[in-house]
Write a protein that binds this ligand. Structure first.
Ligand SMILES: [Zn+2]
Ligand SMILES: [Zn+2]
Length: 375
């Protein structure tokens, strides 16, 4: 089969012929990949920033945002059969650890992640363990591209905005317009804006904050009601001050979300949260932050982390998408490309992030499962 492989961190990523994976555990399935997203997290893996990829070793095949068709099942798999169209979450929880028993699979102690702990979906076929617990059948109305576009960004945004952010609960609590401020309008931030907007533009004020005018324009198209353009030299307090202009009594937003993960945006989000409001950290921060804990205590601000998404919620999210036209993840897709072009798109992330998602949908390969050798 064709797969995108790199043999050294930060080295060339190229399409190579490799054996099709075998069913290595009897709880797993072999999936023919139909669509797979190119994500900044894959770039981090390729650059050598990710401990899981380092532990998995080289050569390596990235890819964790995908959908496809089951072609073979392990002997213990009960819920899926060849021909099933499936969406695959990027956190495959174990179901047995204490976190899983507490219904917190996103922090599973023994999680597997395709594209990080094992070879991923930049390939014609991928092996996925723990299928019964984690895979989800695609509703007929949801396409492979839509399912791949859920990626880690859209699903992560769902958890950040609706679950950890408690947007709907917050609205009920305050019985008034909920004001949401999203810091960082890359793929994750835009997904958060789309998710918030899908809850009803008339009842939610959404403030998008970013340095990029293009990103802010996209944020407006997806439902942001106000935009705040910042500059790289502004302090977190200055960024927060601009944001608070659009909030009740200029006190701050009910819900702030840092989707960028910079120390500055993280701090700015806390400064921009109103008394007894909630701040969600969903962008993975790098560097050291100086969260103003005096403010957190004095204003009783709730600080909440959000990591990934529970596969157990995937049927609910797919149902929501199939019944909410405004929540179409395909709106975030910029282009569909070949596997070769996907390799280039990943390497091109050295120069910055594209505005929308790139999805690999063409594997352009004469090889088939029947004529490829097996691992
Ligand atoms: Zn677990
Ligand atoms: Zn991703």
């Amino acid at each position: 089969m064709k797969a995108a492989i790199y043999k050294e961190f930060n080295g060339t990523i190229s399409v190579q012929d490799v054996p099709i994976p075998s069913i290595s555990t009897n709880d797993g399935v072999l999936i023919q990949v139909m669509a797979t997203g190119v994500c900044r997290s894959d770039w981090h893996g390729w650059k050598g920033h990710d401990g899981d990829v380092k532990a998995a070793g080289l050569p390596f095949c990235p890819g964790h945002e995908f959908s496809g068709i089951v072609v073979e099942t392990g002997s213990a798999v009960q819920k899926f059969k060849p021909g099933d169209k499936v969406a695959v979450p990027f956190i495959l929880s174990c179901g047995n650890c204490h976190h899983c028993h507490e219904d917190r699979p996103t922090v599973c102690a023994h999680q597997e992640q395709p594209g990080f702990t094992q070879w991923g979906a930049f390939a014609e076929y991928v092996f996925i363990p723990r299928a019964d617990r984690n895979l989800c059948l695609l509703p007929p109305s949801v396409s492979f591209v839509q399912a791949a576009a859920l990626g880690c960004r859209f699903t992560t945004a769902y958890r950040a905005v609706l679950q950890q952010g408690q947007l709907v609960a917050s609205r009920r609590r305050h019985n008034t317009k909920t004001v949401v401020a999203v810091f960082g309008c890359g793929g994750l931030g835009l997904s958060c804006i789309l998710m918030a907007a899908s809850q009803g533009a008339t009842i939610t004020t959404i403030i998008a904050v970013d340095v990029s005018p293009l990103a802010l324009q996209k944020a407006k198209e997806l439902g942001a009601t106000h935009i705040v353009q910042t500059t790289p030299t502004q302090s977190p307090m200055e960024m927060a001050s601009l944001t608070k202009e659009y909030t009740r009594y200029h006190e701050g937003a009910d819900l702030t979300i840092d989707a960028a993960g910079f120390p500055t945006t993280s701090e700015a989000a806390v400064y921009a949260t109103r008394p007894s409001g909630r701040m969600v950290q969903v962008g993975l921060p790098f560097g050291t932050t100086n969260i103003p804990m005096t403010l957190v205590a004095g204003k009783e601000i709730e600080l909440v982390g959000s990591h990934g998404f529970s596969a157990l919620d995937l049927p609910n999210l797919l149902q929501l998408i199939s019944t909410t036209p405004a929540l179409d993840p395909a709106q975030l897709v910029e282009r569909c490309v070949t596997l070769e072009e996907g390799c280039q798109a990943l390497m091109d992330m050295d120069k910055g992030s594209p505005l929308g998602m790139t999805i690999i949908t063409k594997f352009d390969s004469p090889s088939t499962k029947s004529n490829s050798s097996r691992l």
